[in-house]
Design a protein around this ligand. Structure first.
Ligand code: GLA
Length: 385
C-alpha cells in the first residue's frame, strides 16, 4: 500500500493528519538459515516489500486505535490493559509496547494506520517489519531516544515474549539496519555487522511463493531451538572449551551420536555445516563469484530439507525445478520454513523463462497459482518524506 493511501486513511479515520510516516521493510536472507539463534553469521537484506505506518499521539480520549489496512480491521485498546488478543495482528504492536514499558519507557495514547505489500506467512518477515516499524514510530513521536539496536532488541523480545515465537535476531536486525544495494553480514554472537555491496549487475533475486502458510512453523521452530540447545549442552559438557556452535567441529558431533537422538544429531550437523557455508559464501561474495555462491545456496537447501527438516514438498519441488532447469544460479527455501518462499539467484537473461516455467509446473503439480516477486534491496526502517 502506498504511503499516500495510508495517510489518507489516517485522515479519514481520525480527522487529522498523521504526524509521522514510517516505512518498514521485509527481508530476504541470502544464506545462513536457522543459525541466528545458534551464534552463527547470516547474510540478510531489507527489500522493496514493506509496510507503511501513519501515526500520531491521541490527545483526545486516552485510548489507542490501530487500523490494519490489509485486513480492513480495527483494534482499540487501553495502555493499562495490554493482553494478547486472538485477533493476532495487533499482538506485534502490543508486544513492542509491553517490552518498552518493561524497560521503563512511557508510551502515551496514539493512533496508527498501517498497511503494505509484504505477503504474510511467506517467510519475508512481515511481523518483524510491523514490530520494527512501530518501535521506530513510537520512538519518533514520544522522543524515547532509542538506538537502532534497541529498536531491534525490543522488537525481537516482543516476538519472543508476547507473540511466543522464540525467533533469533536476524529479521528485526535486517528490517532496521538494511541498506540499499547491500547485504548485511551479521555476527549473531557479538552483533557486529558489516555491509557487503551486493553487485546484482546481471542477476535478479526472484522469490517463488509457495502460498503455503507456515502455520506448523511456530511450534516446530521452537522445537528446533530446543533440539539445538540440548545438542550444545551435551557438547559443552564433553568439550568444556566450546562456548557456542561456532567452536564445534563435525567430528565432535560424531563423538556424541550415542548420547542424543539421531534427529538432534542431524540438527547439530546442519548448524555446523551452515556456519561454515556462510563463511565460504562471504569469501565468494567478496570476489563477486555469484556462481559459486549459488552452489552454496543449493547445498543449504539440502541441509534444511534433509537434516534440519524445515522444508515441505512445495519448497523442495521449486528448488528441484530451479536446479534441473540449469538456468538458476542458486535456489533454496528461505526463512523459518514449512512454507513461504524459495529465494533464487537468476541471471537476468534467464529470469523470464524460469518464472514462466515455474508458474506452469507449479500449477500442474499443485493445482495452485505460484506467485513470484523480483525484489530489490532497499534501506531499512526509516521516515517517509
Ligand atoms: C525466522 C526467524 C529468524 C531466523 C529464521 C531462520 O525468520 O524469525 O530469527 O531464525 O526464521 O533462519
Amino acid at each position: 500500500m502506498k504511503s499516500t493511501l495510508v495517510q489518507q486513511k489516517f485522515n479519514t479515520l481520525f480527522n487529522e493528519e498523521a504526524t509521522t510516516i514510517v516505512r518498514s521493510p521485509g527481508r530476504i536472507n541470502l544464506i545462513g538459515e536457522h543459525i541466528d539463534y545458534n551464534d552463527g553469521f547470516v547474510l540478510p537484506a531489507s527489500i522493496d516489500k514493506e509496510i507503511v505506518l501513519a501515526i500520531a499521539p491521541n490527545t483526545i480520549d486516552g485510548i489507542c486505535t490501530l487500523y490494519a489496512a490489509d485486513f480492513n480491521d480495527t483494534f482499540t485498546f487501553s495502555l493499562s490493559n495490554l493482553e494478547p488478543t486472538s485477533k493476532g495482528w495487533p499482538n506485534y504492536v502490543l508486544g513492542v509496547i509491553v517490552e518498552l514499558n518493561k524497560a521503563g519507557y512511557q508510551i502515551k495514547p496514539f493512533n496508527c494506520v498501517f498497511g503494505g505489500n509484504i505477503p504474510t506467512g511467506a517467510g519475508l518477515s512481515s511481523s518483524a517489519a510491523v514490530e520494527c516499524g512501530i518501535a521506530f514510530a513510537l520512538n519518533e513521536i514520544f522522543g524515547l531516544g532509542l538506538t537502532k539496536l534497541q529498536i531491534v532488541q525490543f522488537s525481537k523480545q516482543a516476538e519472543n515474549n508476547f507473540v511466543g515465537v522464540n525467533c533469533g535476531i536476524m529479521d528485526q536486525f535486517a528490517s532496521t539496519f538494511g541498506k540499499a544495494h547491500h547485504v548485511i553480514k551479521l555476527d549473531c554472537k557479538s552483533l557486529d555487522y558489516e555491509y557487503f555491496p551486493f553487485q546484482m549487475a546481471g542477476y535478479d533475486i526472484v522469490l517463488c511463493d509457495t502460498g503455503v502458510k507456515h502455520s506448523l512453523g511456530d511450534s516446530e521452530y521452537n522445537t528446533r531451538r530446543q533440539e539445538c540447545d540440548s545438542a550444545i549442552a551435551v557438547l559443552k559438557e564433553k568439550y568444556p572449551s566450546i562456548t557456542s556452535f561456532r567452536d564445534v567441529t563435525l567430528s565432535q558431533i560424531q563423538s556424541i551420536t550415542d548420547l542424543l537422538p539421531t534427529k538432534t544429531i542431524d540438527r547439530a550437523t546442519y548448524v555446523v555445516q551452515e556456519i561454515k557455508r556462510v563463511s565460504d559464501a562471504s569469501i565468494l561474495l567478496n570476489k563477486n563469484d555469484l556462481e559459486g555462491f549459488g552452489q552454496l545456496m543449493y547445498q543449504c537447501h539440502e541441509g534444511l530439507s534433509k537434516l534440519y527438516e524445515v522444508s515441505c514438498i512445495e519448497l523442495d519441488f521449486l528448488k528441484n525445478l530451479a536446479f534441473e532447469s540449469g538456468q538458476v544460479t542458486g535456489s533454496r527455501m528461505m526463512g523459518g520454513g514449512f512454507g513461504g518462499c524459495t529465494i533464487n539467484l537468476v541471471k537476468k537473461e534467464n529470469t523470464a523463462t524460469f518464472i514462466d516455467a515455474a508458474i506452469i509446473a507449479y500449477q500442474e503439480k499443485f493445482k495452485k497459482a505460484l506467485k513470484t516477486y523480483i525484489v530489490a534491496i532497499t534501506d531499512g526502517t526509516s521516515m517517509v518524506g
